[in-house]
Design a protein around this ligand. Sequence first.
Ligand SMILES: [Fe+2]
Ligand SMILES: [Fe+2]
Length: 338
Amino acid sequence: MYTQAMDTMGKDAAGKAPVISAEDAERMARFDARIDAGEYIEPKDWMPAHYRKTLVRQISQHAHSEIVGMLPEGNWITRAPTLKRKAILLAKVQDEAGHGLYLYSAAETLGVSRDAMLDALHTGAAKYSSIFNYPTLSWADVGVIGWLVDGAAIMNQVPICRCSYAPYARAMIRVCREESFHQRQGFESLLTMMTDGTPAQRAMVQDAVDRWWWPSLMMFGPPDDQSPNSAQSMRWGIKRNSNDELRQKFVDAAVEQANVLGVALPDPALRWNAARGHHDFGAIDWSEFWRVVGGDGPCNRERLRARVQAWEDGAWVRDAALAYARRQDAAHEAAQAA
Ligand SMILES: [Fe+2]
Ligand SMILES: [Fe+2]
C-alpha cells in the first residue's frame, strides 16, 4: 500500500520522489485502502491532488461534450419531418443540456468554478468529444447519432455509474437512463425509414451510417497501448473498462442491430471470429482522430464559434439573474434587520 501511495504522489522535475510527510503518507494509504475496498469518495473526503485533477479534467470534458453535442442535432429541429419527430428531438436536445448541467455541478464539487470551465472551453484549452465536430448532412444523421453516437456513449458511461467519485457516479446513473431513450429513438427512427421508406430514404440512412461508423468507433478513445492516463484511472476506480474492451463490445452489439435495420457497416474486414467469440474489425484511421481532436475536423471552428456566441448572447440573462438575486438578498437582509 505504501508503494502505491508513493507512486500516486508522482515525481518532481528532477525525477526524484517528493518528500512527503508521514501524515500525507498515512492519508494516502487510507485513501488507497478505501478505493481498494470499493468505497465511494465524497467531496468533503481527503483525496490526492492528482485524483482531483484527473476528475476535473474528465468531468468537465464530459460536460462540454454534452452541450457541444446539442449543436449537430439542434441543426435539425426546425426541419424535423413530422410533429412527433420534432417533439422527440427537442426533448433529446434538452436532455443533453441537462446532462451538461449535472456534470458541471459534479465538477464544481471538486472546487473548480463553472466560469473557469467554460472559459477553458471557449478559449479552446479544454477538449470535448471529437464526434461532435462532424456535420449532420441529412435527417438520417439524427437517427444515426441516436443509434451509434448515443449507443457508444452508453457503453462508455454505464461503467462510470460505478466511478469511485460519488457525485460523478450519481450524475451518470440519471444520464444513462436518458441516454437509453436517445439510443432507442434513433434506432426506431432509422427502422421506420428502412422498413416503410422509399429507396431514396433507405439510401439516405446507408449514407449516414457510412459517414458516422468510424467516428463512432473513435469515441472510445485511442487504443489501450496509446492511452497514457488509463492505468492510473483504472487503479483509482475512475475508469472500469479499457477503451479497446468497450469498443469491442460496441462493435459486437452494433453488428446485430445493423442486421435488424438492414444496413451495411462500412468495413470489409468486419467478420465473426469464433475463436475469440467477437467480431474482428478493420483498422481505425487514428490520424483522422488526432487531427479532429487537434482542432482540424470538419466543424471544430463552427462549433466553438456557436458556443462562444451563445455565451455572449446570454450575458444579459446572467446579469439580470445576478441583479435580481442581489436585490432579493438585500430585501431579505432588510427584513431580518427590521
Ligand atoms: Fe447526453
Ligand atoms: Fe444522448
